[in-house]
Design a protein around this ligand. Structure first.
Ligand code: DGL
Length: 256
């Protein structure tokens, strides 16, 4: 029997839960599995309610709470909010309503991009919800002083990734339409501020053509998740075979 299905095990043997509005957060899940190969995971792709990007903060909070409850019902010991938009809208409330659960969130990596920029111009791609959140505003005000930060809403990318259309003419045209103006404006760093966007990274890099560095925080989030597991005494012992469960709302369940 898999660790994710057993309630008789110590808490640290439980799975780590992940959720996103859809398939985007899989890049965080994959980074986490590389970082912590002994951990079991449960991933919820809330594709039925995708996109989150243009929903109200209240609506996203309700959806995030529902995803969290499903993960906790499966014995998850920690929840990774693998979605910038849900982190911006809901992470404070999730932490308040589940005080014994460690939550890991994700926000656009404006800080490293601004610190490393030589041109003084960085581009950030995210959803309207993420740009409207307190986290983005505060990080930008604190760490991007004197740097021009160009915010670009790229909802089209979310739709492409949900459809599995990460290459081809239509995807390349959509990527070019968002990236080329940033390059023309002198951006030397392009921050992927939505977990759907790393899935389009090969195309984004092609359009950048070496003129800008693409910043994807997936690995940093995975490392942070591991740090929190270690510091909370929740790292799995490694004695059980890890199990991975993938749930997609509005679709039949399957294991990956
Ligand atoms: N993947 C999500 C994020 O990181 C949002 C995509 C959506 O709009 O649903 O923000």
């Amino acid at each position: 029997m898999s660790a994710s299905a057993r309630s008789d095990l110590p808490r640290e043997e439980g799975p780590v839960g992940f959720f996103d509005s859809g398939l985007g957060g899989l890049c965080i899940l994959e980074a986490f599995k590389r970082e912590c190969p002994g951990e079991s995971t449960v991933y919820i792709a809330d594709s039925e309610n995708c996109p989150y990007g243009n929903k109200s903060a209240d609506e996203i909070t309700c959806l995030s709470e529902a995803n969290t409850r499903k993960l906790l019902a499966r014995g998850c010991k920690m929840v990774v909010v693998a979605c910038n938009t849900a982190t911006a809208a809901a992470i404070d409330k999730l932490r308040a309503s589940h005080p014994s659960v460690p939550f890991i969130g994700i926000e656009p990596a404006v800080k490293p991009a601004a610190l490393k920029s030589k041109s003084g111009v960085v581009g950030v791609l995210a959803t309207a919800g993420t740009f409207g959140g307190r986290l983005y505003r505060e990080t930008k005000a604190r760490f991007a002083k004197g740097v021009e930060v160009i915010a670009v809403v790229a909802d089209e990318f979310v739709e492409l990734v949900e459809k599995g259309e990460t290459s081809g003419k239509r995807a390349e045209a959509a990527v070019r339409a968002k990236i080329a103006p940033l390059i023309a404006a002198g951006a030397d760093h392009i921050v992927l501020g939505c977990t759907h966007f790393p899935h389009l990274r090969p195309l984004i890099e092609k359009v950048c053509g070496g003129r800008a560095e693409v910043v994807d925080p997936s690995e940093a989030v995975a490392r942070q998740a591991k740090r929190v597991l270690v510091n909370s005494g929740l790292l799995a012992s490694g004695r059980l075979e890890p199990a991975h469960e993938f749930l997609r709302t509005g679709r039949a369940r399957k294991n990956r």
